[in-house]
Design a protein around this ligand. Structure first.
Ligand SMILES: Cc1cc2nc3c(=O)[nH]c(=O)nc-3n(C[C@H](O)[C@H](O)[C@H](O)COP(=O)(O)OP(=O)(O)OC[C@H]3O[C@@H](n4cnc5c(N)ncnc54)[C@H](O)[C@@H]3O)c2cc1C
Length: 305
Protein backbone atom coordinates (compact mmCIF):
# COMPACT_ATOMS: atom_id res chain seq x y z
CA UNK A 1 0.00 0.00 0.00
CA UNK A 2 1.36 3.41 -0.96
CA UNK A 3 1.58 6.37 1.35
CA UNK A 4 0.86 8.58 -1.62
CA UNK A 5 -0.90 6.99 -4.58
CA UNK A 6 -0.14 8.17 -8.09
CA UNK A 7 -3.84 8.28 -8.95
CA UNK A 8 -6.87 8.42 -6.65
CA UNK A 9 -10.24 7.80 -8.28
CA UNK A 10 -13.51 8.73 -6.57
CA UNK A 11 -16.39 6.63 -7.91
CA UNK A 12 -16.49 3.10 -9.26
CA UNK A 13 -18.79 3.40 -12.28
CA UNK A 14 -17.65 2.80 -15.88
CA UNK A 15 -15.82 6.15 -15.97
CA UNK A 16 -13.86 5.48 -12.78
CA UNK A 17 -13.01 1.88 -13.63
CA UNK A 18 -11.86 2.74 -17.15
CA UNK A 19 -9.61 5.47 -15.77
CA UNK A 20 -8.32 2.87 -13.28
CA UNK A 21 -7.66 0.32 -16.03
CA UNK A 22 -5.75 2.72 -18.27
CA UNK A 23 -3.80 4.36 -15.44
CA UNK A 24 -2.85 1.05 -13.80
CA UNK A 25 -1.88 -0.41 -17.16
CA UNK A 26 0.36 2.62 -17.71
CA UNK A 27 2.23 1.63 -14.56
CA UNK A 28 0.75 4.02 -11.97
CA UNK A 29 -0.37 3.01 -8.50
CA UNK A 30 -4.14 3.44 -8.52
CA UNK A 31 -6.64 3.51 -5.68
CA UNK A 32 -10.36 3.64 -6.50
CA UNK A 33 -12.88 4.54 -3.79
CA UNK A 34 -16.50 3.46 -4.14
CA UNK A 35 -19.19 4.14 -1.56
CA UNK A 36 -21.70 1.45 -2.57
CA UNK A 37 -20.88 -1.36 -4.96
CA UNK A 38 -18.67 -1.34 -8.05
CA UNK A 39 -20.45 -0.49 -11.30
CA UNK A 40 -22.39 2.64 -10.47
CA UNK A 41 -25.68 3.16 -12.32
CA UNK A 42 -24.65 0.44 -14.74
CA UNK A 43 -24.84 -2.21 -12.03
CA UNK A 44 -28.52 -1.40 -11.49
CA UNK A 45 -29.35 -1.94 -15.17
CA UNK A 46 -30.77 -5.30 -16.20
CA UNK A 47 -29.49 -5.46 -19.76
CA UNK A 48 -27.17 -3.10 -21.57
CA UNK A 49 -27.72 -3.44 -25.31
CA UNK A 50 -25.64 -0.58 -26.59
CA UNK A 51 -22.18 -1.17 -25.17
CA UNK A 52 -20.11 -2.41 -28.10
CA UNK A 53 -18.75 -5.94 -28.13
CA UNK A 54 -21.76 -7.77 -26.69
CA UNK A 55 -23.98 -8.91 -29.59
CA UNK A 56 -26.52 -10.45 -27.19
CA UNK A 57 -26.38 -7.50 -24.76
CA UNK A 58 -24.82 -7.80 -21.32
CA UNK A 59 -26.19 -7.56 -17.81
CA UNK A 60 -25.16 -4.32 -16.14
CA UNK A 61 -23.95 -6.28 -13.15
CA UNK A 62 -21.70 -8.50 -15.31
CA UNK A 63 -20.29 -5.56 -17.23
CA UNK A 64 -19.50 -3.83 -13.93
CA UNK A 65 -17.71 -6.94 -12.70
CA UNK A 66 -15.73 -7.23 -15.98
CA UNK A 67 -14.65 -3.59 -15.71
CA UNK A 68 -13.58 -3.96 -12.10
CA UNK A 69 -11.58 -7.11 -12.82
CA UNK A 70 -9.98 -5.57 -15.92
CA UNK A 71 -8.62 -2.71 -13.80
CA UNK A 72 -7.55 -5.01 -10.96
CA UNK A 73 -5.67 -7.23 -13.40
CA UNK A 74 -3.16 -4.39 -13.75
CA UNK A 75 -2.97 -3.70 -10.04
CA UNK A 76 -5.66 -1.08 -9.42
CA UNK A 77 -6.99 -1.36 -5.87
CA UNK A 78 -10.67 -0.90 -4.97
CA UNK A 79 -11.57 0.28 -1.49
CA UNK A 80 -15.24 0.40 -0.47
CA UNK A 81 -15.54 3.69 1.38
CA UNK A 82 -17.47 6.89 0.97
CA UNK A 83 -15.36 9.93 0.31
CA UNK A 84 -16.48 12.64 2.70
CA UNK A 85 -14.27 15.54 1.72
CA UNK A 86 -11.40 16.35 -0.60
CA UNK A 87 -8.54 18.82 -0.75
CA UNK A 88 -7.77 19.22 -4.42
CA UNK A 89 -5.44 22.23 -4.55
CA UNK A 90 -1.69 21.69 -4.48
CA UNK A 91 0.48 18.93 -5.89
CA UNK A 92 -0.63 16.31 -3.33
CA UNK A 93 -4.39 15.88 -3.15
CA UNK A 94 -6.20 14.68 -0.04
CA UNK A 95 -9.16 12.32 -0.10
CA UNK A 96 -10.88 11.88 3.24
CA UNK A 97 -13.09 8.91 4.18
CA UNK A 98 -14.57 8.19 7.61
CA UNK A 99 -11.56 6.03 8.52
CA UNK A 100 -8.57 7.63 6.84
CA UNK A 101 -7.04 10.44 4.82
CA UNK A 102 -5.55 9.26 1.56
CA UNK A 103 -3.10 11.11 -0.64
CA UNK A 104 -2.72 11.06 -4.41
CA UNK A 105 -0.73 13.03 -6.97
CA UNK A 106 -3.65 13.10 -9.40
CA UNK A 107 -7.35 12.70 -8.74
CA UNK A 108 -10.16 11.58 -11.00
CA UNK A 109 -13.64 12.75 -10.04
CA UNK A 110 -16.05 10.05 -11.23
CA UNK A 111 -19.01 10.27 -8.87
CA UNK A 112 -21.64 10.29 -11.63
CA UNK A 113 -25.13 11.69 -11.65
CA UNK A 114 -28.56 10.24 -10.97
CA UNK A 115 -31.70 10.80 -12.97
CA UNK A 116 -34.20 12.99 -11.13
CA UNK A 117 -37.26 11.02 -10.08
CA UNK A 118 -40.88 12.19 -10.17
CA UNK A 119 -41.35 11.01 -6.59
CA UNK A 120 -44.52 9.03 -7.30
CA UNK A 121 -45.65 6.00 -5.28
CA UNK A 122 -44.40 2.80 -6.96
CA UNK A 123 -41.83 4.63 -9.11
CA UNK A 124 -38.80 2.81 -7.65
CA UNK A 125 -40.48 -0.62 -7.83
CA UNK A 126 -41.48 -0.07 -11.47
CA UNK A 127 -37.98 0.94 -12.54
CA UNK A 128 -37.04 -1.55 -15.26
CA UNK A 129 -40.68 -2.64 -15.45
CA UNK A 130 -42.05 0.20 -17.51
CA UNK A 131 -40.53 3.21 -15.79
CA UNK A 132 -37.28 4.27 -17.42
CA UNK A 133 -34.93 7.23 -17.16
CA UNK A 134 -33.08 6.53 -20.38
CA UNK A 135 -34.81 6.36 -23.78
CA UNK A 136 -31.57 5.56 -25.61
CA UNK A 137 -31.05 2.62 -23.25
CA UNK A 138 -34.56 1.17 -22.99
CA UNK A 139 -36.55 2.44 -25.98
CA UNK A 140 -35.92 -0.76 -27.97
CA UNK A 141 -37.75 -2.82 -25.35
CA UNK A 142 -40.98 -0.98 -26.24
CA UNK A 143 -40.77 -1.14 -30.03
CA UNK A 144 -44.25 -0.95 -31.62
CA UNK A 145 -45.96 -0.03 -28.33
CA UNK A 146 -47.49 3.16 -26.90
CA UNK A 147 -45.21 5.08 -24.55
CA UNK A 148 -45.14 8.40 -22.69
CA UNK A 149 -42.32 10.83 -22.03
CA UNK A 150 -42.51 13.37 -19.22
CA UNK A 151 -40.49 16.58 -19.35
CA UNK A 152 -40.15 19.71 -21.44
CA UNK A 153 -36.43 20.28 -21.99
CA UNK A 154 -34.10 19.18 -24.75
CA UNK A 155 -33.66 15.68 -23.33
CA UNK A 156 -37.41 15.05 -23.13
CA UNK A 157 -37.96 16.27 -26.67
CA UNK A 158 -34.98 14.36 -28.08
CA UNK A 159 -36.21 11.25 -26.24
CA UNK A 160 -39.74 11.69 -27.63
CA UNK A 161 -38.42 12.07 -31.18
CA UNK A 162 -36.12 9.07 -30.78
CA UNK A 163 -39.00 6.95 -29.44
CA UNK A 164 -41.33 8.11 -32.23
CA UNK A 165 -39.08 6.22 -34.64
CA UNK A 166 -39.42 2.99 -32.65
CA UNK A 167 -42.81 3.08 -30.97
CA UNK A 168 -46.36 3.06 -32.32
CA UNK A 169 -47.39 6.13 -30.36
CA UNK A 170 -45.53 8.64 -28.19
CA UNK A 171 -47.19 11.11 -25.82
CA UNK A 172 -45.01 13.91 -24.49
CA UNK A 173 -46.39 15.21 -21.20
CA UNK A 174 -45.38 18.69 -20.12
CA UNK A 175 -46.58 20.69 -17.15
CA UNK A 176 -46.41 24.06 -18.91
CA UNK A 177 -47.93 25.46 -22.12
CA UNK A 178 -44.63 25.65 -23.95
CA UNK A 179 -41.43 23.61 -24.12
CA UNK A 180 -38.10 24.67 -22.69
CA UNK A 181 -36.41 22.72 -25.48
CA UNK A 182 -34.55 24.68 -28.13
CA UNK A 183 -36.37 25.79 -31.27
CA UNK A 184 -34.36 23.43 -33.49
CA UNK A 185 -36.74 20.66 -32.47
CA UNK A 186 -39.93 22.49 -33.52
CA UNK A 187 -40.05 21.22 -37.10
CA UNK A 188 -39.18 17.63 -36.15
CA UNK A 189 -41.93 17.65 -33.51
CA UNK A 190 -44.51 18.89 -36.00
CA UNK A 191 -43.58 16.31 -38.58
CA UNK A 192 -43.68 13.22 -36.32
CA UNK A 193 -47.17 11.85 -37.07
CA UNK A 194 -47.28 9.49 -34.07
CA UNK A 195 -46.19 12.06 -31.48
CA UNK A 196 -48.69 14.06 -29.46
CA UNK A 197 -47.93 16.70 -26.80
CA UNK A 198 -50.16 17.06 -23.75
CA UNK A 199 -49.70 20.61 -22.43
CA UNK A 200 -50.40 21.82 -18.88
CA UNK A 201 -50.41 18.24 -17.66
CA UNK A 202 -48.53 16.39 -14.95
CA UNK A 203 -48.15 12.69 -14.21
CA UNK A 204 -49.74 12.15 -10.82
CA UNK A 205 -49.89 8.36 -10.51
CA UNK A 206 -48.54 5.16 -12.03
CA UNK A 207 -51.03 2.44 -13.00
CA UNK A 208 -49.63 -1.06 -12.86
CA UNK A 209 -49.94 -4.75 -12.17
CA UNK A 210 -46.50 -6.41 -12.31
CA UNK A 211 -45.47 -3.84 -14.91
CA UNK A 212 -46.57 -0.34 -15.81
CA UNK A 213 -49.94 -0.28 -17.61
CA UNK A 214 -50.65 3.44 -17.73
CA UNK A 215 -50.23 6.83 -16.14
CA UNK A 216 -52.66 8.99 -14.19
CA UNK A 217 -52.70 12.56 -15.51
CA UNK A 218 -53.86 15.84 -13.98
CA UNK A 219 -54.35 19.11 -15.86
CA UNK A 220 -52.51 21.93 -14.13
CA UNK A 221 -55.06 24.52 -15.33
CA UNK A 222 -58.42 22.79 -14.73
CA UNK A 223 -57.46 20.03 -12.29
CA UNK A 224 -59.19 17.46 -14.54
CA UNK A 225 -57.82 13.93 -14.19
CA UNK A 226 -57.70 10.90 -16.45
CA UNK A 227 -55.73 7.72 -17.09
CA UNK A 228 -53.65 7.17 -20.21
CA UNK A 229 -52.71 3.51 -20.95
CA UNK A 230 -49.06 3.04 -21.97
CA UNK A 231 -46.36 0.38 -21.82
CA UNK A 232 -43.62 2.71 -20.63
CA UNK A 233 -43.05 6.07 -19.05
CA UNK A 234 -39.74 7.71 -19.87
CA UNK A 235 -38.87 10.26 -17.20
CA UNK A 236 -36.75 13.11 -18.56
CA UNK A 237 -36.93 15.78 -15.89
CA UNK A 238 -33.22 16.23 -15.42
CA UNK A 239 -30.29 14.67 -13.59
CA UNK A 240 -28.70 15.43 -10.28
CA UNK A 241 -24.88 15.43 -10.47
CA UNK A 242 -22.99 14.10 -7.44
CA UNK A 243 -20.76 17.14 -7.29
CA UNK A 244 -21.46 18.52 -3.81
CA UNK A 245 -18.07 17.32 -2.50
CA UNK A 246 -16.20 19.33 -5.09
CA UNK A 247 -18.19 22.59 -4.93
CA UNK A 248 -15.90 25.56 -4.36
CA UNK A 249 -12.82 23.70 -5.61
CA UNK A 250 -13.53 22.95 -9.27
CA UNK A 251 -15.88 24.96 -11.50
CA UNK A 252 -19.46 23.77 -11.82
CA UNK A 253 -22.11 24.83 -14.32
CA UNK A 254 -25.45 26.16 -13.00
CA UNK A 255 -26.88 22.63 -12.89
CA UNK A 256 -23.93 21.41 -10.80
CA UNK A 257 -22.00 19.50 -13.49
CA UNK A 258 -18.21 19.80 -13.31
CA UNK A 259 -16.72 21.90 -16.06
CA UNK A 260 -14.03 19.95 -17.85
CA UNK A 261 -13.40 19.92 -21.55
CA UNK A 262 -12.79 16.95 -23.84
CA UNK A 263 -9.40 16.44 -22.15
CA UNK A 264 -11.35 15.89 -18.86
CA UNK A 265 -9.01 18.43 -17.18
CA UNK A 266 -10.67 20.72 -14.64
CA UNK A 267 -9.29 24.14 -13.80
CA UNK A 268 -7.13 22.56 -11.06
CA UNK A 269 -3.87 20.92 -12.19
CA UNK A 270 -3.98 17.17 -11.58
CA UNK A 271 -7.76 17.01 -11.15
CA UNK A 272 -9.80 15.33 -13.87
CA UNK A 273 -13.59 14.93 -14.16
CA UNK A 274 -15.09 12.04 -16.09
CA UNK A 275 -18.41 10.45 -16.99
CA UNK A 276 -21.87 11.63 -16.01
CA UNK A 277 -20.46 14.11 -13.49
CA UNK A 278 -18.98 16.21 -16.28
CA UNK A 279 -20.91 18.68 -18.40
CA UNK A 280 -21.37 16.75 -21.65
CA UNK A 281 -24.00 16.07 -24.32
CA UNK A 282 -24.51 12.29 -23.93
CA UNK A 283 -24.43 10.33 -20.66
CA UNK A 284 -23.94 6.65 -21.42
CA UNK A 285 -21.66 3.80 -20.40
CA UNK A 286 -19.61 4.12 -23.58
CA UNK A 287 -19.06 7.88 -23.17
CA UNK A 288 -18.22 7.44 -19.48
CA UNK A 289 -15.66 4.74 -20.36
CA UNK A 290 -14.22 6.96 -23.11
CA UNK A 291 -13.74 9.79 -20.59
CA UNK A 292 -11.88 7.44 -18.25
CA UNK A 293 -9.42 6.51 -21.00
CA UNK A 294 -8.90 10.16 -21.96
CA UNK A 295 -8.30 11.13 -18.33
CA UNK A 296 -5.60 8.50 -17.94
CA UNK A 297 -3.90 9.81 -21.07
CA UNK A 298 -3.73 13.33 -19.64
CA UNK A 299 -2.74 11.99 -16.22
CA UNK A 300 0.28 10.40 -17.88
CA UNK A 301 1.13 13.77 -19.36
CA UNK A 302 0.54 15.53 -16.01
CA UNK A 303 2.60 13.10 -13.93
CA UNK A 304 5.36 13.29 -16.51
CA UNK A 305 5.51 9.59 -17.29
C1 LIG B 1 -31.75 2.87 -15.11
C2 LIG B 1 -30.57 3.22 -15.98
C3 LIG B 1 -30.36 2.51 -17.14
C4 LIG B 1 -29.27 2.82 -17.95
N1 LIG B 1 -29.07 2.07 -19.06
C5 LIG B 1 -28.01 2.34 -19.85
C6 LIG B 1 -27.76 1.57 -21.03
O1 LIG B 1 -28.52 0.63 -21.36
N2 LIG B 1 -26.69 1.91 -21.77
C7 LIG B 1 -25.86 2.94 -21.45
O2 LIG B 1 -24.87 3.15 -22.16
N3 LIG B 1 -26.08 3.69 -20.36
C8 LIG B 1 -27.13 3.43 -19.56
N4 LIG B 1 -27.38 4.21 -18.47
C9 LIG B 1 -26.49 5.36 -18.20
C10 LIG B 1 -25.17 4.86 -17.61
O3 LIG B 1 -25.42 3.92 -16.59
C11 LIG B 1 -24.38 6.05 -17.09
O4 LIG B 1 -24.18 6.97 -18.13
C12 LIG B 1 -23.01 5.60 -16.56
O5 LIG B 1 -23.15 4.64 -15.54
C13 LIG B 1 -22.23 6.79 -16.01
O6 LIG B 1 -21.04 6.30 -15.49
P1 LIG B 1 -20.18 7.10 -14.42
O7 LIG B 1 -19.03 6.22 -14.11
O8 LIG B 1 -19.93 8.46 -14.91
O9 LIG B 1 -21.13 7.29 -13.15
P2 LIG B 1 -21.98 6.28 -12.27
O10 LIG B 1 -22.33 5.07 -13.01
O11 LIG B 1 -23.08 7.12 -11.70
O12 LIG B 1 -20.97 5.86 -11.10
C14 LIG B 1 -20.59 6.77 -10.10
C15 LIG B 1 -20.13 5.99 -8.89
O13 LIG B 1 -19.58 6.88 -7.92
C16 LIG B 1 -19.94 6.44 -6.63
N5 LIG B 1 -19.85 7.57 -5.70
C17 LIG B 1 -20.61 8.70 -5.69
N6 LIG B 1 -20.24 9.52 -4.68
C18 LIG B 1 -19.23 8.87 -4.02
C19 LIG B 1 -18.45 9.19 -2.88
N7 LIG B 1 -18.62 10.33 -2.19
N8 LIG B 1 -17.51 8.31 -2.48
C20 LIG B 1 -17.29 7.16 -3.15
N9 LIG B 1 -18.03 6.80 -4.25
C21 LIG B 1 -18.97 7.65 -4.67
C22 LIG B 1 -21.37 5.93 -6.81
O14 LIG B 1 -21.74 5.03 -5.77
C23 LIG B 1 -21.26 5.25 -8.18
O15 LIG B 1 -20.93 3.88 -8.05
C24 LIG B 1 -28.42 3.89 -17.61
C25 LIG B 1 -28.64 4.63 -16.45
C26 LIG B 1 -29.70 4.29 -15.62
C27 LIG B 1 -29.92 5.06 -14.35
Amino acid sequence: MSDCWDVGIIGGGPAGYTAALYAARAGFSVLLLEKLAPGGQMATTDVIDNYPGFPEGVSGFDLADHMKRSAERFGAVTRLAEVQSVGLAGPVKEIVTRKETLRARAVVLATGASPRELGLPGERELRGRGVSYCATCDGMFFRGQSVCVVGGGNTAVADALYLSRLCARVTLIHRRDRLRASAVYAHALESAPNLEILWNTTVTSLEHDDVLTGVGLTRTDTGATRTLPCAALFVAVGHVPESGLFRGQVDLDPAGYVLADETTRTRLPGVFAVGDLRQKPLRQVVTAAADGAVAAHFIEEYLGA
